[in-house]
Design a protein around this ligand. Structure first.
Ligand code: NAP
Length: 396
């Protein structure tokens, strides 16, 4: 190989020296010569690798893996040493699903309109009817309140809680972290910021999975979050916020945020309330990390833009195909089986959820318009090819 490379290099030098061809040829020759030089250098570099380096690297890899495992163990111990008290408001399909995992890490209670006391007790959680939740919040230890009610009832639920949160602030001087898990993000974010006491820390999240897609566990499932407000200050968790050269969001240690007056701050500002607020958010996020979620920090606005063209279109397609009445046949292809599965999973979610995805994400209407346009385009292509007049596909 070395001999070939050297030969090519020599040939290239000779051609360059004698000035083969016109300008174009000369350019090609120069490029060829420099490529040959760089290949040669790479070859030399590869040959410079000292014997035994691979073994050394493997040992280093093993050492780091062991270190990572011990850090994770320590992290888990810290998490369990001061378990969070977590209330899940809205103990329906999704509320129960997340509460089950929370119960492994913290003291959990559910709250809903319906009576889910038995289900809560079976997973080791407490239960408070929604009508009693206000008094519970005023008097009991609650670190985190996760709002898992339907998107369409989110606003009323928050407004009902506000007087109790204010009373708690007056009487106890603290407030729980409020977390939303709705499948749209800007709508709940605005409601929380517009209605909650400004002292209330807010974390907006969307676990991009549910009881069907993650029935076997949360490993590898995407969890989107925006640390919306900490200690009265709005945080900039947009994708354009500072990141590492690997494209990862910077950790809380190094990121900056803007307050309501547009002033930038460093996350390291060491007010006690800020440090405590960050710690509580970290503890709560750690639960998702420990369960194996892929954590994606992203602003609510960015989430909604992406979700309209991914999650909403998935639900829309599943609902359309469901409305068409597709059924299994004796000759189903894998592709068709996947379509039937899509129909099944999207229709298993409540219509409230589907409606919320449409109504409360301002990008969803545009997605419907584009889908309609694309259907017309594709059908138009079919008709045009055979010179058939539109209307032939109208029969049901
Ligand atoms: P959903 O139909 O969106 O919500 C059902 C929940 O909302 C139940 O707990 C229900 O309480 C409560 N609720 C409905 N109307 C209410 C009202 N007027 N006042 C108070 N509570 C009311 O179904 P879901 O799948 O459980 O979703 C809950 C939330 O999680 C939604 O925000 C959804 O976007 C989000 N989410 C769902 C998934 C998923 O895969 N399903 C994934 C990620 C996020 P009762 O049962 O007591 O009536």
């Amino acid at each position: 190989m070395l001999a070939v490379a050297l030969l090519l290099l020599q040939l290239a030098s000779i051609c360059a020296f004698v000035g083969v061809g016109g300008d174009g040829d000369r350019r090609r020759t120069t490029t060829f010569a420099s490529r040959a030089t760089s290949n040669n250098a790479e070859y030399d570099a590869a040959n410079d690798v000292p014997a035994g380096q691979l073994e050394q690297l493997k040992k280093e890899e093993a050492r780091l893996a062991a270190l990572l495992a011990s850090v994770r163990q320590e992290k888990l111990a810290v998490l369990r040493s001061r378990p969070l008290s977590i209330g899940v408001v809205g103990f329906g399909r999704f509320g129960q699903f997340i509460a089950r995992s929370f119960a492994k890490y913290g003291n959990v209670f559910g709250s809903s309109r319906g009576d889910y006391a038995d289900i809560a007790s079976e997973m080791g959680a407490g239960y408070t009817p929604l009508s009693d939740l206000g008094e519970y919040i005023v008097t009991k230890d609650v670190d985190v309140l996760v709002l898992a009610v339907s998107i369409v009832s989110f606003e009323d639920t928050v407004k009902d809680l506000v007087p109790y949160l204010e009373r708690r602030l007056e009487t106890r001087g603290d407030l729980p972290l409020i977390v939303d898990v709705a499948s749209v993000k800007e709508h709940p974010r605005n409601i929380l910021l517009d209605n909650l006491p400004k002292e209330c820390d807010v974390l907006c999240t969307h676990p991009m999975f549910g009881p069907d897609s993650a029935a076997a566990g949360w490993q590898g499932q995407t969890f989107v979050y925006e640390r919306t407000r900490i200690d009265g200050v709005l945080v900039d968790d947009s994708q354009s916020a500072p990141r590492t050269s690997h494209g990862q969001n910077l950790t809380s240690d190094t990121s900056t945020f803007m307050d309501e007056n547009g002033i930038m701050h460093d996350m390291h500002e060491l007010t006690e309330a800020h440090v405590e607020g960050m710690d509580r958010i970290s503890r709560f996020l750690s639960i998702w990390e420990e369960e194996g979620c892929q954590m994606v920090r992203m602003s609510c606005a960015e989430h909604d833009e992406y979700a309209a063209n991914s999650q909403f279109i998935t639900h829309l397609t599943g609902r359309i195909l469901g409305a068409q009445g597709l059924k299994a046949t004796p000759v189903d292809t894998m592709g068709f089986k996947n379509l039937l599965r899509l129909v099944e999973t999207t229709n298993a979610d409540s219509f409230d959820l589907f409606y919320g995805l449409y109504k409360l994400n301002s990008n969803s209407g545009y997605t419907i318009g584009r889908l309609r346009g694309a259907l017309d385009d594709v059908v138009g292509e079919l008709l045009q090819r055979d010179g058939i007049a539109p209307g032939v596909f109208d029969r049901r």
